[in-house]
Design a protein. Structure first.
Length: 319
C-alpha cells in the first residue's frame, strides 16, 4: 500500500493527501464504503461531498459514490481533519431489539428483520444505524458490512456480510439481478389489474436539502412488478418484485401508478394517509419480506423470510 503522508495522531483523520493502493481483499467494494473504513469518524455526508467535488480520484479520474474498486487501483484520499469523537452510545433496548431481530446467522452472513424507523447506517444527523449497532454487538467480526440497504422507514430482511469474499459475491449477484427480492406493501387505492409492471425510468434530485426521486424519461432504467394479494375497499395489499434496486423505487413507482404506498409522507396521498392514521397506521406500510438466491460461496439455494410485524397485521385486520 502506497502512502504519501506520515501517520496522524490516534482518533484524528489524516490532514494530507494520501494515495492508497486497493488491496485484493477490497476488490469490488464501493468507493464510499472504502473511504468510510479509512476515514473513521468522518460523517457519511462529508464522504459523499468530497466524492461529488472530485477531491477523491481513482487512477487519476473522477468517480461516483457507487464506483466499485478493483485490486491495484490507486485511490487519492484528500486532506480531511476531524477531531476525536466520543464513543457512540447505543441504547441497551435497541441493542437487544437487534439481537432479537436476527433471523439467520452463519459464519459468513447475517440476516436481520430490520425494524421500521431505524436507518441502516449513521449519517444525516444520525450517530448510528443498524451496521454501527451490529458492530458493537459483534466486536469479534472485524469485517461486518451492509450487503444492501433499506429505507429508514422500511422494515424487513437486511443482509450483513461477515467476510469480504461473501460481500463481493453477493454484490455480483445484486448487479446481475440474481437475488430475488420480494416486498409486501399496502397501496392507497385499487390496483387496476392482478399484476402490473412499471418500468418508468427514475432520476434522483435534491429538494430542500433532501434526496427526492422522480420519474424522468432520461433517468435510469427501473422495473417493479406489483401483484395483487388482497383487495380492500380503499386499499390493495400487494407483493412487489424488484428487478432493479433504485432508491425509493417501490414508493415512486406506486405513486406514479396513482396508488402510493400507505403511510408514505414523501410521495404519498395526504388525505389517504390521514384516514389510515385514524385507523392506527403509524408507519410506512412497506416490508421486505423475502430474499432468495444461490449462495456464491457454496452453491446452496438460500431462502429467508420475515413476516409482517404485529402492528401491520393488526392494521390489516382493522381494514
Amino acid at each position: 500500500m502506497l502512502e504519501s503522508m506520515s501517520e496522524s495522531p490516534p482518533g484524528v483523520a489524516p490532514v494530507r493527501v494520501r494515495v492508497v493502493d486497493v488491496p485484493e481483499d477490497d476488490a469490488g467494494q464501493r468507493i464510499d464504503n472504502f473511504l468510510l473504513k479509512r476515514l473513521r469518524g468522518v460523517p457519511r455526508s462529508r464522504i459523499y461531498r468530497i466524492i461529488r467535488r472530485g477531491e477523491v480520484r481513482v487512477n487519476g479520474g473522477r468517480i461516483q459514490a457507487s464506483h466499485r474498486l478493483a485490486a491495484g487501483d490507486k485511490v487519492r484520499i484528500p486532506p480531511v481533519r476531524i477531531s476525536p469523537t466520543s464513543e457512540v452510545h447505543v441504547p441497551a433496548a435497541l441493542a437487544r431489539q437487534l439481537q432479537d431481530a436476527v433471523i439467520h446467522e452463519d459464519d459468513r452472513l447475517i440476516v436481520i428483520d430490520k425494524p421500521a424507523g431505524l436507518a441502516v447506517h449513521a449519517g444525516s444527523g444520525l450517530s448510528f444505524g443498524v451496521i454501527e449497532v451490529m458492530r458493537k454487538l459483534k466486536p469479534a467480526c472485524s469485517s461486518l458490512e451492509l450487503v444492501h440497504r433499506l429505507d429508514r422507514d422500511t422494515s424487513g430482511c437486511l443482509m450483513i456480510s461477515k467476510v469480504r469474499d461473501e460481500l463481493r459475491g453477493l454484490h455480483n449477484l445484486l448487479r446481475e439481478g440474481h437475488i430475488e427480492k420480494r416486498y409486501l406493501a399496502l397501496l392507497a387505492g385499487r390496483l387496476k389489474e392482478d399484476r402490473v409492471v412499471c418500468e418508468a425510468p427514475l432520476r434522483a434530485v435534491r429538494r430542500a436539502g433532501l434526496r427526492h426521486v422522480e420519474v424522468d424519461p432520461d433517468g435510469r432504467h427501473t422495473r417493479t412488478e406489483f401483484i395483487r394479494l388482497q383487495q380492500y375497499r380503499s386499499a390493495t395489499l400487494v407483493e412487489v418484485l424488484l428487478a432493479t434496486g433504485r432508491t425509493h423505487q417501490i414508493r415512486v413507482h406506486a405513486a406514479h401508478l396513482g396508488v402510493p404506498v400507505a403511510g408514505d409522507d414523501r410521495y404519498g396521498a395526504r388525505a389517504a394517509n390521514k384516514r389510515y392514521a385514524a385507523k392506527g397506521l403509524r408507519r410506512l406500510f412497506l416490508h421486505a419480506h423475502a430474499l432468495r438466491f444461490v449462495r456464491p460461496s457454496n452453491g446452496d439455494d438460500f431462502h429467508v423470510s420475515a413476516p409482517l410485524d404485529d402492528s401491520l397485521r393488526d392494521f390489516l385486520d382493522r381494514l
